[in-house]
Ligand binder design. Structure first.
Ligand code: AQP
Length: 338
């Protein structure tokens, strides 16, 4: 996005380009894992595809129950995505609940989805552990709504991080189940990954994730980013400054791949102990701060102008209305609803 202007609300999605879709939770401001694992692909694909991106607030209701928090986080995520390169003249960005047809389709798909498929989903199992007092029905049926999000627009390509692979597989199974019962209706969507499908968090072991508190918040102030990078766990076997480092197991070294062509030279410095972990973190922090400075500036501009963000989101939802209506009409007819 070069200038922050609202798109033409009457522009219809390109009819001929193949379609890509992805959803992102309104969990606040995007972090490094979101960007390297998914958003970079969103930005790339908007040039070649009829690209549709959705902030999935219905999904967020399974864990976020404070209305003000949800509203604020939805705005923060929209501003993050626009700041990180989504261009409303090239793609469609909208909020899931602004196209309520997603939930109708989810119900219809639920009737072809065995409960056993949902119970074995890794995310469901994780959520049962992480929010034992709130195992709501939405957590179980989350993947059905996710399938509906994608196939209501008959998207074929879904840019996501590796953690979403199992959900995508389930979407494909749901498509097959529907097509088998009611005739060929939906294409099977395929996941597409970046070259960083799983970005580890600052703890160096688990996936970078807001709920784990191990993120690098690339749109935050430089001092916050520096502090987060300096807290990163590196090669745990490198005890002394003079010990040779192992870049292949050090997440700081691994992240250098994405912030400069000279990462092999930096790795060489580690292997030969010419440089230490702290040196490497300083280099990485500087590079991340520099790389994301323009996006941070755009983010602050958008935060100061929420009306503009709202216009982009509502134009996106309006643009998708005919596509969603067509799919619902086709499905209703095929399933025998009058
Ligand atoms: N660490 C990651 N590495 C690679 N890809 C990632 N994604 C998320 N984390 C990583 C990808 O980003 C997209 C949006 O993810 P989401 O909808 O799960 O959003 P989030 O809440 O911002 O992600 P978190 O922080 O990972 O959430 P929680 O804390 O709920 O677990 C997806 O394509 C995802 O794969």
């Amino acid at each position: 996005m070069t200038t922050a202007t609202a798109p033409d609300p009457v522009r219809a999605p390109a009819a001929t380009a193949p379609r890509t879709f992805s959803g992102i939770q309104p969990s606040g401001v995007a972090h490094l894992g979101n960007d390297l694992g998914a958003i970079r692909n969103y930005v790339k694909l908007q040039d070649e595809y009829d690209a549709i991106y959705c902030i999935v607030d219905y999904h967020a209701l399974t864990s976020t129950h404070d209305p003000d928090v949800l509203r604020a986080r939805t705005g923060d995520m929209a501003a993050s995505l626009l700041a990180l390169g989504l261009d409303p003249d090239k793609c469609t960005l909208f909020v899931q609940s602004h196209r309520p047809e997603h939930t109708e389709l989810a119900w219809l798909l639920a009737t072809v989805t065995p409960v056993s498929w949902l119970e074995r989903t890794p995310t469901y199992k994780e959520k049962r552990e992480s929010q034992p007092d709130d195992i709501n029905h939405g957590l179980l049926t989350y993947p059905v709504l996710q399938a509906a999000d994608i196939i209501i627009y008959k998207a074929t390509l879904v840019p996501v991080g590796r953690d979403q692979a199992a959900h995508l597989e389930l979407s494909r199974e749901i498509v097959r189940a529907f097509n088998n019962r009611y005739g060929e209706t939906f294409p099977e969507p395929r996941a597409v990954f970046t070259d960083a499908p799983t970005v580890l968090g600052t703890d160096g072991v688990r996936k970078m994730s807001k709920s784990l508190g191990n993120t690098i918040d690339v749109l935050s102030e430089p001092d916050v980013i520096r502090k987060q990078v300096m807290s990163m766990v590196t090669d745990t076997q490198r005890i002394l400054r003079t010990d040779p480092g192992r870049p292949e197991v050090c997440s700081v070294c691994q992240l250098q791949r994405f912030f400069g062509p000279d990462f092999e030279e930096l790795w060489d410095g580690e292997r030969t102990a010419r440089t230490g972990c702290v040196d490497m973190k300083r280099v990485l922090a500087d590079r991340i701060v520099r790389h994301y400075a323009p996006a941070r500036e755009r983010y602050l501009e958008l935060q100061a102008n929420p009306k503009l963000v709202d216009e982009v989101l509502s134009a996106g939802a309006n643009r998708l209305a005919p596509l969603a209506a067509d799919t619902i009409a086709e499905v209703r007819q095929k399933m025998g609803l009058r």
